[in-house]
Design a protein around this ligand. Structure first.
Ligand code: MTE
Ligand code: HPA
Ligand code: MOS
Length: 784
């Protein structure tokens, strides 16, 4: 009994460690199958002057070459705005944008063909940075605003005003399985595409459009991904479209698997941001006004940039009440691969601003940063409405701050850190607590729906299919648990089928952390319909078996693989027996379920509404140790406290919290995207792009969950937690900022951008110690 709330291992756990899990490129080669690669633009912005593929055609093993004019349907695509060309027609918008598709029998043939293609391009001036885009007035879409009260007036009357800017770097997804797809041509224009995608329905529709066939001709199947992190929400579509074009044109199966370097160089990343802020506050650090201007680097096309920006704006308050606020946002258009979804989806880039601002308020006033956080935290009446008008309900943040600071001995350790910094000549320590209040639901209302298909077979086993895709986060395991629980059968009797668009229609991407909330609820709906039907049948069967006694379906229970009368459990039969009899009596043993999140809505024009069903909350307390002479930083201890409601699978949830936090820590510390002046990504492989290693995991790492039985809005009182823990990585950055405030002879507000790389840390230390020797250039000093 009781599959919900149990530590059932992830259903791919064994497969992943034994290497038996199958990924796209593990699929056996079909007869005649072709390998596909592309030649990309050699410049970030430029016009094709001449292109000659004749020599490449003659390369042994090369079967076909295609350019934009060969695309059977639409070459221009996009998930929201159709503003990117799959194959460059005239003007390349980013370095490596595909120009020629190459289909060959072998990898060496692909490489030789690439070399043999003669492509010359005339360069146009490229734009890479947010500053350059602003100067050139290069934007995607218009300005967005979310505002409340009168920020300008409140700033004018504020006791203290602080003004500065913050630059936030992007992040490479670094999923272990690169983008990949295989397309199998069928009869009458049909196409089946196996894709490593978070969004099979979008792959289906974009493949149909690029081929110029109706949607019902294309089936997209997604068994699993070797990690995605948002990087396969939209950008799995390009390799799928390439494979499909080759398959359609040649009539042969076609496989595209990016190598790691190409994947890193040519796919989009987390959006870099730059912001300017002015904040007003009183002597206690209570914020009265905030004016925040956000700019994101969208890359060459829209992709999901508007939704990412929107989520940034909706998270710029984070856990804190801002009475007068004006948040504006714009997406910069640059000549980089289009930036895209990445765990947190703009939320982290919004939250880091206010967390940074709070650190600066604390340093300005010489008071404790956590005290400032708690003072500004959303509270009861009058202080519980977000800038966009949603009321913060079941708010566990004050409790989280209370419990975490006690568990982590925050106050004592802050004092220790201060005295350490006063005496150490070699090292600096820093300690900070930051929080997260992450809105759960897609901000685009339509996407908050899901459908499920549950089939029961005559041996009592079950297959459940939903639109949810498995990327390691455990959605399939949770959905299996839910179906097993609803039908009262064992977990092992349920299997989740590969996600496929011919079983589940018009599915949303598995994203916004809502995979289980949406698809689990749809599966639950299907199970409840089946149960109702079976209960009625069971009532009749059991009554018959017990010589015509009264028996109503309300009293039928499904538990432990048996079906029984709640009033007299001895009147029972095994689930499998019921199913066999039901089949013989021609009772339908398959059902569809549906779920649409109730009550969510957001108006983009007014910037007001109720975009989220609920919030997932948490806080982290991180301590860092910095070497003053090398800038090397080490995370000594981290304490996390998450409110995840009641976990459906505590073990998997813990994995999500730990993994998400470490990924966030990488973003704010070592992961740095470096480009050459011509836009070449220099950090394009594991040797130059540093994600956290096992040795970077904090020595002391306490992960705890808050008991919250009051969250009743979601499935089994659970809360989504795929993305929220990532935002707690910001505590490590805040701890670095805290440490650096001690670098000079007097406490200062260090200007620290993200990531806090070793180089940046050393630069800040050097500046502050130099400032010490050069009177007159000191930043405004603050007392402690
Ligand atoms: N966990 C693993 N192991 N691999 C991933 O790719 N993606 C994250 C998160 N956790 C990811 C992951 C992202 S970006 C999201 S939105 C959620 O999982 C999506 O799954 P869920 O909605 O089922 O939580
Ligand atoms: N989160 C993640 N992915 C999305 C969203 C969102 O809010 N909207 C569209 N795709
Ligand atoms: Mo996650 S960034 O919503 O795929």
């Amino acid at each position: 009994m009781g599959v919900i709330g149990k530590d059932i291992p992830h259903d791919s756990a064994r497969g992943h460690v034994t290497g038996r899990s199958l990924f796209i490129d593990d699929m056996p080669f079909a007869r005649n199958e072709l390998l596909v690669d592309f030649l990309g633009s050699p410049v970030a912005h430029g016009v094709i002057e001449s292109l000659n593929v004749e020599a490449a055609r003659k390369v042994e093993g090369v079967v076909a070459l295609f350019t934009a004019k060969d695309v059977p349907g639409h070459n221009t695509f996009g998930p929201v705005v159709k503003d990117e060309q799959l194959l460059v027609e005239e003007t390349a918008m980013f370095l490596g944008q595909p120009v020629v598709l190459i289909a060959a029998k072998t990898q060496p043939a692909l490489r030789a063909a690439k070399k043999a293609i003669k492509l010359t391009m005339r360069s146009l001036p490229p734009i890479f940075s947010i500053d350059d885009a602003i100067a050139a007035n290069s934007f995607l879409g218009g300005e967005r605003v979310i505002a409340r009260g009168d920020a300008q007036a409140a700033l004018a009357s504020a006791k203290h005003v602080l003004e500065s800017s913050l630059t936030v770097g992007g992040q490479e997804h670094f999923y272990l399985e690169s983008q990949a797809a295989i397309a199998y041509p069928g009869e009458h224009g049909a196409m089946t595409v196996h894709s490593s995608t978070q969004h099979p329905t979008e792959v289906q529709s974009l493949v149909a459009e690029v081929l110029g066939v109706p949607f019902n001709h294309v089936t997209c199947i997604a068994k699993r991904m070797g990690g995605a992190f948002g990087g396969k929400e939209t950008q799995a579509a390009q390799p799928a479209m390439m494979a499909a074009i080759v398959a359609a044109k040649t009539g042969r199966p076609a496989r595209v698997v990016y190598n790691k370097d190409d994947d890193m160089r040519t796919t989009g990343k987390r959006h870099p941001f730059k912001s300017w802020y002015t904040v007003g506050f009183d002597d206690d650090g209570l914020i009265s006004a905030l004016d925040l201007k956000l700019f994101s680097n969208g890359g060459c096309s829209t992709d999901l940039s508007f939704a990412v920006l929107e989520r940034s704006m909706l998270h710029s308050d984070n856990a804190y009440f801002l009475p007068n606020v004006r948040i504006t946002g714009r997406v910069c258009r640059t000549n980089l691969p289009s930036n895209t979804a990445f765990r947190g989806f703009g939320g982290p880039q919004g939250v880091v601003n206010i967390e940074n601002i709070i650190e600066e308020i604390a340093l300005t006033l010489g008071i404790d940063a956590l005290a400032v956080r708690r003072r500004n935290c959303y509270g009861a009446d009058g202080r519980n409405t977000t800038p966009y008008g949603q009321i913060v309900r079941n708010n566990t943040l004050p409790q989280i701050f209370e419990k975490l600071s006690a568990d982590a001995h925050y106050a004592t350790r802050r004092r220790e850190v201060e005295s350490f910094n006063a005496s150490s000549k070699t090292h600096l320590r820093g300690l900070a607590t930051t929080s997260v209040k992450f809105g759960i639901s897609f901000t685009k209302k339509t996407l908050n729906q899901a459908n499920a298909l549950v089939n029961i077979y005559t041996d009592g086993t079950v297959i459940v299919s939903t639109g949810a895709t498995e990327m390691g986060q455990g959605v399939h395991t949770r959905v299996r648990q839910i179906v097993a629980d609803e039908l009262g059968i064992s977990y092992d009797a349920v299997i989740v089928g590969a996600t496929s668009t011919d079983k589940n229609h018009n599915t949303s991407p598995t994203a916004a952390s809502s995979g289980t909330d949406l698809n689990g609820a749809a599966a639950q709906d299907a199970c409840r319909k089946l149960r109702a039907r079976l209960a009625e049948f069971a009532a009749r069967e059991l009554a018959y078996a017990s010589a015509g006694l009264d028996f109503s379906c309300e009293n039928v229970r499904f538990e432990n693989g048996t079906v029984f009368d709640a009033r007299d459990p001895s009147r029972s039969m095994r689930f499998v027996e019921l199913i066999c009899r039901a089949y013989i009596e021609r009772i339908n043993l398959g059902e569809r379920g549906f779920y649409a999140t109730p009550g969510v809505d957001f108006n983009r024009e007014t910037g007001k509404g109720h975009p989220f069903l609920y919030f997932t909350n948490g806080a982290a307390c991180s301590e860092v140790l910095i070497d003053r002479f090398t800038g090397e930083m080490h995370v000594a201890r981290v304490d996390l406290l998450m409110d995840a409601g009641e976990c459906i699978n505590p073990g998997i949830d813990r994995g999500q919290v730990v993994g998400g936090f470490i990924q966030g820590m990488g973003w704010v510390t070592t992961e740095e995207l470096k480009y050459s002046d011509s836009g070449v990504l220099l950090s394009y492989s594991p040797t130059t792009y540093k994600i956290p290693a096992i040795t970077d995991v904090p020595e002391t790492f306490n992960v705890n969950f808050l008991d919250n039985p009051d969250n009743t809005v979601s499935l089994y009182r659970s809360k989504a937690l795929g993305e929220p823990p990532l935002l707690l990585g910001i505590s490590v950055w805040a701890a670095v900022k805290h440490a650096l405030s001690f670098a000079g002879p007097k406490r200062q507000i260090p200007k620290l951008d993200l990531p806090a790389s070793v180089e940046q840390i050393l630069t800040v230390i050097t500046k502050q110690t130099k400032a010490m020797r050069t009177p007159g250039v000191l930043a405004p000093s603050v007392s402690s």
